[in-house]
Design a protein around this ligand. Structure first.
Ligand SMILES: [Zn+2]
Length: 85
């Protein structure tokens, strides 16, 4: 019998703000990739002025940091972050 143990302590939370955004929307996930995807979906879904710069960075290459630069930064933030959930 195989029992799959889900590590419920492995979730981390990031707010939009902590990811360089303007609002307090909370993203929660077990991997940096999950959080990044949530933030991407969140920012892309916005239409307000506050998120405009982030939307531009995500949709127009060359506007902000490269994907590699962004991931290098975010992986560090991820490692620094304590498990909260
Ligand atoms: Zn936001």
């Amino acid at each position: 019998m195989n029992i799959i143990i889900v590590n419920v302590n492995a979730m981390k939370k990031f707010t939009c703000k902590e990811m360089g955004g303007p609002c307090e929307e909370v993203h929660e996930g077990a991997t940096a990739m999950e959080i990044a995807q949530q933030n991407f979906a969140h920012v892309i879904a916005t239409t307000d002025k506050a998120h405009e710069q982030m939307r531009a960075q995500m949709t127009k290459p060359g506007k902000g940091p490269t994907k590699e630069e962004w991931w290098a930064w975010f992986n560090k933030e991820w490692d620094k972050k304590r498990d909260e959930a």
